[in-house]
Design a protein. Structure first.
Length: 216
């Protein structure tokens, strides 16, 4: 059985909901946006900044100088466990990634779980702290029209701009993943299972993942 399941997903494919269903069916913890708060504690950056930055590629000294002071969590400088001078010299995007990487590994070390996004598939198969045989990496996609419909109905996107927004969010996810992993987001060579959520629907897609996790 695969103990840790990572869910990478296109925006509007229902990946978050599918991940929740998988976790419920297996009786294991589910992590998605919770990782933001945990990474904030690790990095000393604010949760709001991490949320805005985690899928944006904005690197370099100027960006760090302009935004760093505005988004650093108050009262964190010099406290044990908070960023050192060396870590703060990194571009903020790198600080965010490193903090999330540590959280993902720590969560996986705690036991079986489902983790959505945050390059977790790459992180957990490229660390000596986790046996890659314990990890099932899933990529969930769907036809564009289905993603647009779900984004409008469930995410509240404006119907007039939904198509553009869905494409833009997926582009940002791909850029983030490709930059920090040096792999290609959605490439079949990097996942154990790629599945079209529109083919079976969300519930049955979750059932497929659960069956695979139990049988391999």
């Amino acid at each position: 059985m695969k103990k840790i399941i990572t869910i990478s997903r296109e925006f509007g494919s229902g990946g978050h909901s599918i991940g929740q269903m998988v976790a419920q069916k297996l009786g294991v913890p589910f992590y998605d946006k919770e990782i933001i708060d945990m990474a904030a504690q690790q990095s000393g950056l604010s949760p709001d900044f991490i949320k805005k930055t985690e899928q944006s590629i904005s690197s370099g000294l100027l960006y760090t100088l302009l935004l760093g002071a505005s988004y650093a969590a108050p009262g964190t400088a010099g406290i044990p466990g908070n960023p050192t001078k060396a870590s703060l010299s990194l571009p903020l995007a790198d600080q965010v990634f490193n903090a999330q990487r540590k959280v993902v590994i720590d969560l996986a070390k705690q036991g079986p779980c489902v983790i959505v996004g945050r390059c977790s598939d790459y992180i957990l198969t490229h660390t000596s702290q986790i046996d890659p045989k314990d990890v099932l990496n899933v990529f969930i996609y769907a036809p564009l029209e289905d993603k647009i419909k779900r984004a409008i109905e469930q995410k509240g996107l404006n119907p007039d701009t939904a198509k553009k927004d869905v494409k833009l969010i997926d582009k940002r996810r791909a850029n983030h993943y490709n930059t920090f992993t040096e792999q290609t987001w959605g490439n079949r060579n990097h996942y154990d299972l790629l599945i079209n959520s529109s083919l079976f629907g969300l519930e049955k897609t979750a059932d497929v993942i659960v069956c695979l996790a139990k049988d391999v």
